[in-house]
Design a binder for this molecule. Sequence first.
Ligand code: PM9
Length: 458
Amino acid sequence: MAKKSWAEPYKIKMVELLKMTTKEERIAAIKEAGYNTFLLKSEDVYIDLLTDSGTSAMSDQQWAAMMLGDEAYAGSKNFYNLYDTIQEHYGYKYIVPTHQGRGSEHILSQLTIKKGDIVPGNMYFTTTRLHQELAGGEFVDVIIDEAHDSQNEFPFKGNVDIKKMEKLIKEYGAKKIPYVSLEANVNMAGGQPFSMENLKELHALCSKHKIPIMLDATRCVENSYFIQQREKGYEKKTVKQILKEICSYTDGCTMSAKKDSLVNIGGFFACNDEELYKKAQNMCVVYEGLHTYGGMAGRDMEALCVGIRESVMDEHQQARIGQTIYLGEKLMKAGIPIVQPIGSHAVFLDAKKFLPHVDQDEYPAQSLAAEIYIESGVRTMERGNVSAGRDPHTGKNRRPKLELVRLTLPRRVYTQAHMDVVAESVIELFERRNSITGLKMIYEPEYLRFFQAKFNKL
Ligand code: PM9
């Protein structure tokens, strides 16, 4: 049977004009930016696939909600609405708003991790691991091995390897493990989900050893959609039901609402433990803002309430992930090496396979992202050796197995025609890949170097 087409469950009411640049202008712009796409000016970008973070198009309902902002310093009605909305959709008892995801990671890490602790997780995320390390912990990767292989087609590459977890508990003891850091739709693995079955197994193991599971819920709605599509027994459940079930097997979460929740800024920390909640509220007033706004304006909180409701609509996820799959399949058909299966928020190019002649310490993914920009004005993001940073013990580059360039799709922003242009540009570049050289890092900041590092062409 022929595949059934889908279309976006919305129509466009307002547009933002894009600037087209010449190749010469782009060569000058990326050189000025030290071959780091984070340092480009956005007005010099044609199609911006840097990130899906804070880049969503809000709906008319969200814009209308912005007008309902109650900008009181304390006790804004938008806060109480947000509290109820998060409880309804995510199910946690206690909620502390934060300005964005890393604000909640900071709170969680500082409150729960002691020096010498071990924090197991299903692959690292840049800001998450940094906050764990700054609090004195050491992140240990317990994701299944399949996740480190870009060509492995296992449908739940975000799963935790339960054997690795058991071994870790045996080796260090449960007391040294403040929590398991469980990310939904694992970003650095290519936007790969965990299964409900795996989560239930992890929950059983962690309950036995009294180790909390703290969910990185940033893209958990997208993970829920994949469970609906791929896991037996969930075909008839709604995304909303699946999301709530996931959260019920966890003890709390950190959240960057800038992704799933369709807002340009915001986040929250949530948990079921009253003592932890009270401490988190107190940390919030030191680093984020009062515990009834946490760095968000009242209007931001109101737009977030609507965004959460829209994010769990099945048809929204079908279109959102459908667009990613559309782009991914186009690239695959042309023989471009991408991470399999195609993830939710992005298509990831395998830079090791795209540029096999460039050594990993010459940053193939960074170089490829710069070349894509030069070729087409499309901005993408490096997710490889630069993002992984240095091993704190040896000081050497971590050289992760996955050396990727992320073509990240903002939600509800670009059309299928934009995706066609992106695919054609990458395909053209692939044809002249042998002419692409590596890079030398000439400036390296201490933390999260990928944001601000600068490079020269080799
Ligand atoms: N993710 C992304 O582009 C923002 C820039 S890169 C740090 O993918 C997860 C899974 C994320 C994430 C941000 C954060 C931090 C936590 N977990 O950016 O602080 O993907 O809101 O969230 C980015 P904030």
